[in-house]
Design a protein around this ligand. Structure first.
Ligand code: YXS
Length: 259
């Protein structure tokens, strides 16, 4: 059974994440279907993509599929991790990806939403970045996505508390472009998409890539990179990381010891 629904109309593609039983947890299987569809959209010259959950969803995405996170001793967010593959597929898609957000957006799902180019959310939508809840050492690229979207004090609050922020606050911060009621959001998003596909696609896709390259341009020395990787390793090698995974899967609160 497919975990997404996809459709195309007038150079606009739609991908509906449709694994309600697991609250659209970003499993390898779900991510493979999304990235395969994006590749197909590229072949069909789809100029703008809408990424969404089914209308009325209470959860847009529950984030990385925790059951697929590696046990301690392995970087859970390495380059080839499926969540990282999806983030890059969205950021590198040669046309704007519009996030139509309904419901809660959790963990890596938040980064997927923030990888989209334009975000429109319903008033009930919430956004939570949750590595601290599990004991995960978020990766550099992921933190850069967050830093590029959210002012540092708020990014730190979201990362350190792992608590959701409401759509209204996300709008005030400029993380999302619009808030629209559930009975208006679809028409609004597709009207926006229509405005985009009426413009020059080459100009738009190159400007999107220029902005991606400029926003990710940071000078970091090999020594600094290795120091950061060493720090991250102390986290994913830790008791607490294993405890975070185990507690989630056992549906209980984790007991973190700081080791
Ligand atoms: O018990 P069953 O088999 O029915 O499955 C339950 C949940 O276990 C499952 N599920 C997940 N499975 C794997 N990974 C997940 N992230 C995940 N989230 C949920 O879906 C079934 C229904 O879940 P349930 O009963 O909790 O639904 P609910 O409607 O009561 O609550 C929805 C949520 C989203 C509030 C709740 O499921 C939840 O809090 N999920 C975890 C959200 C979260 O912490 N995500 C971060 C994942 S880790 C990640 O994204 C990054 C690695 S990081 O940590 O760095 O951010």
């Amino acid at each position: 059974m497919s975990l997404i629904i996809s459709e195309t109309e007038n150079a606009i593609g739609t991908i509906i994440m449709n694994h309600a039983a697991k609250r659209n947890a970003l499993s390898e299987a779900l991510i493979d279907e999304i990235t395969t569809t994006l590749e197909a959209f590229k072949e069909q010259n789809i100029r703008t993509v809408v990424l969404r959950a089914p209308s009325g969803a209470k959860v847009w995405s529950a984030g990385h599929d925790v059951s697929e996170l590696p046990n301690r001793g392995r970087d859970p967010l390495g380059w080839s991790d499926s969540l990282r593959v999806l983030i890059r597929a969205i950021q590198e898609y040669p046309g704007p990806v519009l996030g139509l957000i309904q419901g809660g957006v959790w963990g890596g799902g938040c980064e997927v939403a923030m990888a989209c180019d334009i975000l429109v959310a319903t008033p009930e939508a919430t956004f939570a970045i949750t590595p601290a809840k599990l004991g995960v050492p978020y990766n550099l690229g992921g933190l850069l996505t967050v830093m590029n979207m959210i002012p540092l004090p708020v990014a730190k609050e979201m990362l350190f508390t792992a608590q959701p922020i409401p759509a209204a606050q996300a709008l005030n911060l400029g993380v999302i472009n619009y808030i629209k009621p559930v009975d208006e959001i679809e028409a609004f998003v597709y009207q926006l998409a229509g405005q985009i596909v009426a413009n020059a696609p080459l100009s738009i896709s190159v400007m999107k890539e220029e902005l991606r390259l400029l926003s990710s341009a940071r000078s970091i020395t090999p020594e600094l990179f290795e120091r950061i990787q060493g720090l991250r390793r102390t986290v994913y090698d830790s008791h607490d990381y294993q405890e975070g995974l185990t507690a989630f899967l056992e549906k209980r609160k984790p007991q973190f010891k700081g080791e």
